[in-house]
Design a protein around this ligand. Structure first.
Ligand code: PMP
Length: 365
């Protein structure tokens, strides 16, 4: 989802009382708004990878074609086994979904009821707030520490609110700040929750896991109220396939399974993403290449006076100045066909833009 460009956002009707939200406009809509050709629009706002994996064409010719008249295997055994092997867990500790976004939606459906509270550290991925408000649950926004502290979680402020919470939405590395949570912060929150008679579900969104390598997966036995959420959209370069998965204790996975639709992942997507998870070398090469490219892009942006905050992901958070300066920069970029991720006037990052690291030619433009 996005807050820009305002003129071409597509509004969806939210449930009564929930946040108003919009999805990213299409290339065609942006082109029409700014007098460009759709092929001249470059997405620096979606945190995807520049190229799909080389094995996709071959995976698409694998012999699942004769089964396309049937529904997918609702247990998604091949995909679940591939995710289990990739993460080193048992298949019973995995749930799969149509993107990490569907996993987050399952969490909201299974763990949030009307009037419940979810803790949302700000700034973070906006879907946590959207999904919370769709369930008519309350958002307890807990500001993160500032830029000088790497936008880390305010652990005492978080732990003080755990007793009221049904869900705690954490993200590491965090989107949009691009940093992994400092060692110990997530475990301090897990330990605080474990002392409660009825602990909240602690969600750790690891969509950008491959960019740092730190994971909470090994803690799932010690903390049964933990869920790690992953995707093939980022390091695996398969955002169009729409597959995500989550790892947690059997009790949490079973509860999510009860609200999971039987066929939201297509047979094609399940097979291609299983193939990707079975051969993760491509993802690791992609991470290495984009990390080097991030450093090049950061140096170039700094040369032009845009202050890149240090980060480890396939996007950079750039401080431009105040909100009006960031809006002017956005307008100029959009007129050139470059779509940045922007932040609204109420967001603590209102003077920033978030830019995806793309190919060298695209970054150069
Ligand atoms: N979590 C975070 C932190 C993300 O940045 C994104 C993608 N923008 C998602 C989840 C959604 O990923 P998916 O494409 O798997 O739905």
């Amino acid at each position: 989802m996005t807050e820009q460009p305002k003129a071409v956002t597509l509004s969806h009707q939210p449930v009564a009382g929930s946040q108003v939200y919009t999805w990213e406009p299409s290339n065609a809509a942006i082109a029409a708004r700014y007098g460009l050709r759709p092929e001249d629009v470059l997405r620096f706002d979606t945190n995807t990878s520049p190229l799909p994996p080389p094995f996709v064409a071959q995976a698409l010719t694998d012999p699942f074609e004769p089964t396309l008249n049937e529904y997918p295997d609702s247990a998604y055994e091949e995909l679940t086994a591939a995710a289990a092997a990739y993460t080193g867990v048992d298949p019973s500790e995995i749930v799969v979904g149509a993107g990490a976004d569907e996993i987050l939606d399952l969490v909201a459906k299974a763990f949030l009821t009307a009037g419940a509270t979810a803790l949302v550290p700000i700034p973070t991925y906006p879907m946590y707030g959207v999904l919370t408000s769709q369930r008519a649950a309350r958002i307890a926004a807990v500001p993160r520490l500032g830029a000088d502290d790497g936008f880390a979680l305010d652990v005492p402020a978080m732990t003080a609110r755990l007793a009221d919470a049904g869900v705690v939405w954490l993200c590491s590395p965090n989107n949009p700040t691009g940093r992994a949570e400092p060692v110990g912060n997530i475990e301090a929150i897990l330990a605080g929750a474990a002392e409660l008679p009825s602990p909240p579900l602690i969600v750790v969104d690891e969509a950008y896991f491959e960019y740092g390598g730190a994971t909470v997966v090994p803690w799932r036995h010690r903390y049964p109220h933990l869920l790690a959420v992953r995707t093939v959209s980022k390091a695996f370069a398969l955002a169009g396939i729409r597959v995500g998965y989550a790892v947690g204790s059997r009790s949490v996975i079973e509860r999510l399974g009860r609200v999971r639709p039987p066929g939201s992942i297509s047979t094609v997507s399940a097979h291609v993403s299983a193939r990707a998870l079975q051969s993760p070398e491509y993802a690791l090469d992609n991470v290495r290449a984009l990390s080097a490219e991030r450093e090049w892009l950061s140096t170039q942006l700094n040369t032009f006076g845009w202050m890149v905050t240090p980060g480890i992901t396939n996007f950079v958070l750039v401080r431009i100045g105040d909100h009006a300066t960031a809006e002017r920069a956005t307008d100029a970029l959009l007129h050139a066909g470059i779509v940045p991720r922007t932040f609204g006037p109420a967001n603590p990052l209102r003077g920033h833009l978030r830019l995806t690291v793309r190919s060298r030619a695209e970054n150069d433009r």
